[in-house]
Design a protein around this ligand. Structure first.
Ligand SMILES: [Mn+2]
Length: 289
């Protein structure tokens, strides 16, 4: 990290979204600024320093410096980053780089995150869905995808599902300690969708979702099933998604992603009563797919 935005934001106890609201931008831009993907110009330094209660120059330098800023200093937080609930200190994070002739994708996940995301797939609507997935699962998610969008969105959509699923599977390791099952019932205005899943390492998708329009934005609605299939396969999920009723196609697909997010949040959580055991009478859920 080449600047201290992240460290100062954590000191202030702010999410990316909260800081974004203070300085009049999006959470995604804050992510880009933190990672150095967006240049930290004088203008950005001035805006961010107001949001973070420091001097503009305090934003420069390496992360985690303890030197006191000269301006009004933010209150230190006693425990800004609570550890995961079990005694296990292993980080449930993973980074996947996936490169084919059709797509180049990198994905980073932190299963014990706070729902911070930075997503760029080149497909606006897919970005919107993956941001919902992160926000509502509390999985921190970074996605960079460059695909052959001049052909169509199929490869990029499917391969993004594969890469995010692989990252989740890798971060889960032997799947010890997880709750394993999760479900959610998600209303969005006139729409109601049910998602149930088992982090079983037995990939299976049941998809009972119909769309009345062929496209949302520039994206073919038939591609959403491809994304869910790819994700279930590579993450090792038994995944059932059913739109019970609904009319608006945007609501229908968004409720599917939010349902997946909520069900994942439940299923991936460490079960405090059984945090050291693999939740199967077979004793095994893990292993590479
Ligand atoms: Mn939406």
């Amino acid at each position: 990290m080449t600047n201290k935005i992240y460290a100062l934001r954590k000191q202030n106890g702010l999410s990316q979204q909260e800081l974004a609201e203070r300085v009049g931008t999006t959470g995604q831009q804050i992510g880009h600024l933190e990672s150095g993907r967006r240049k930290l110009t004088q203008d950005w330094m001035e805006r961010l320093s107001v949001g973070l209660g420091c001097a503009p120059a305090d934003l420069l330098g390496s992360a985690l410096s303890t030197s006191k800023p000269s301006g009004p200093s933010p209150k230190p937080q006693p425990n800004p980053q609570p550890a995961r609930p079990s005694g296990d200190t292993a980080m449930r994070t993973a980074t996947i780089e996936r490169r084919t002739k059709e797509t180049e994708i990198s994905v980073t996940v932190n299963l014990d995150g706070s729902g911070e995301y930075s997503v760029e797939t080149g497909i606006g609507f897919l970005d919107h869905m993956l941001e919902q997935l992160s926000r509502h699962s509390l999985i921190d998610l970074t996605v960079r995808a460059k695909g052959d969008l001049h052909i169509d969105f199929h490869h990029t959509t499917e391969d993004t599902g594969i890469a995010i699923g692989e990252a989740v599977a890798q971060a889960l390791g032997d799947r010890a300690g997880i709750t394993r099952y999760g479900s959610a019932l998600i209303p969005m205005d006139e729409t109601l969708t049910r998602v149930a899943l088992d982090v079983s390492n037995r990939p299976y998708l049941v998809w009972r979702v119909d769309f009345s329009r062929p496209k949302l934005g520039d994206m073919d609605t038939e591609l959403f099933k491809e994304w869910f299939q790819a994700f279930a396969q590579s993450a090792g999920l038994t995944l059932h998604v059913e739109n019970i009723y609904g009319e608006n196609n945007h609501h229908i697909v968004e409720s599917c992603y939010k349902g997946l997010a909520r069900a994942l949040r439940q299923a991936l959580d460490i079960d405090p009563r059984k945090s050291d055991a693999v939740p199967s009478t077979k004793g095994v859920l893990g292993g590479s797919l």
